[in-house]
Each structure stands twice: as C-alpha cells, then as structure tokens.
Ligand binder design. Structure first.
Ligand code: CA
Length: 225
C-alpha cells in the first residue's frame, strides 16, 4: 500500500512517515502544496491513500483536494488539520475529503483511520490485496508480484471470500455455504483441496503461506504477511 503525505512541517512529516513505514506502507512525502498536487495527479504513482495537511505553502490542502476530485480520482483523502471549528470540518469534507484528523493526534488514531478507509475503498473498488497478491474482482484478474496468475472459477471465488474477510477467521461451514453454495451438513474436505491449489499458485517459496490454517475452525488471511 502506497501513501502520499503532503505536510510542510518536517518534524511532523517524518514522525508520520516513519511510523507508517514501520507498519509496512510505502511513503512518498511532499513538503509544499504544488509538489503535493503534482505527485497526487501523477498517474504512474497510483496512491492508495493521501494524507493532506490543510495549511500548506503554495496551494492549500483544500485546493489540492478539490483538484484531485475534479480529475475524478477516488483515492481516499484524510485531512490533517489544526482547524477544529465545525464549519471548517464540514467545509473540508465537502471538498471531497473522506476523513480528517485534528493535530496533535495520536499515531494509533491516524493508523486506525487509515485502515478503515483502505478497507472500505478496497470493497468499493472490488480490489483486494495481501502481501504481493492483488485481486481485481471486476477485471477477474489475480496477480502475484505483478505477474498474472490463472485461477479456476472455484479458486477465484474461494480467494475472493478469504480476502474479503481478511483478518477474520473464515469458518469451514461459512466457506462451504458462500463459495460452494451448499447449505446442508456436508463434508468440507473439498475446501482443503482448493486451499492447497491456491497455496501452490500464490505462496512465496520458503515463506509462510498467505492463508493460515486455524485448526478445527477454518482459514484466515492475515492483514500483514
Ligand atoms: Ca502546515
């Protein structure tokens, strides 16, 4: 996941970017408004989320946010703002930001808000990811480290269900219901067969599997590999 941080205060920028890097995000930083807008609009960068300071030299966060939305880019945007009157916040959200956080903030709160937005944008775009595995449901396409992986219909459906429930345990009974559409007491052994197919196609050699076996219960794809 790649995040653009537009923040002119160097100390705050490094505090945020170091923290997020430790959480596994790739970070790009812009220290003024113009640079921030240029980076945000650069199609080759494909940010998953933008953290936007409100008061910036050059262009304000509001102006940047407006320009991004005028280009019909749906990337989630969180404002970092010291402004805290209700009017300002409403105005900020009306320009197309998804959320805002008031300075000074606790890093954990920022991280929680980022995760919520990333999860809902994955759902809207029907794009799911874990590690270097990326699933584009609308395009019916799965890639690993950028290379397309061919899956059968059942493998695809199973992977979609596992990724959609990322972080949660998928119980064997719910997998057999949702993926195989079998609603009565049925042998669930077929799930293990298909999990093995997915592991063969998507695991990295010598590393832990992207899907964890929860013995006696089911399977879970963890947020971080
Ligand atoms: Ca500022």
């Amino acid at each position: 996941m790649r995040i653009l941080l537009v923040e002119d205060e160097i100390a705050i920028a490094s505090f945020i970017s170091e923290g997020l890097q430790e959480e596994g995000f790739s970070m790009d930083i812009a220290h003024n408004g113009k640079e921030g807008l240029m980076m945000a609009l650069d199609e080759s960068s494909e940010y998953d989320l933008i953290l936007l300071d409100w008061m910036l030299p050059g262009l304000s966060g509001i102006e940047i946010c407006r320009s991004i939305r005028m280009e019909n880019m749906t990337v989630p945007i969180i404002f970092l703002t010291a402004k805290d009157t209700v009017d300002d916040v409403v105005f900020g959200l009306e320009t197309g930001a998804n959320d805002y956080i008031r300075k000074p903030f606790a890093f954990d709160e920022l991280l929680a808000r980022i995760r919520v937005l990333l999860r809902s944008s994955e759902d809207i775009n029907h794009m799911y990811s874990v590690g270097d595995i990326l699933m584009d449901v609308a395009a019916h396409r799965v890639t690993k480290a950028g290379v397309q992986v061919k899956l059968t219909q059942k493998e695809f459906a199973l992977l979609e269900w596992l990724l959609r429930e990322k972080g949660k345990v998928c119980r064997r009974t719910s997998i057999i219901e949702k993926v195989w559409d079998i609603h009565f007491n049925h042998d669930t052994g077929v799930i293990d067969v298909y999990i093995n197919f997915l592991r063969k196609k998507l695991d990295s050699p010598g590393k832990e599997s992207f899907v964890e076996t929860i013995r006696g219960v089911g399977y879970r794809v963890n947020d971080v590999l």
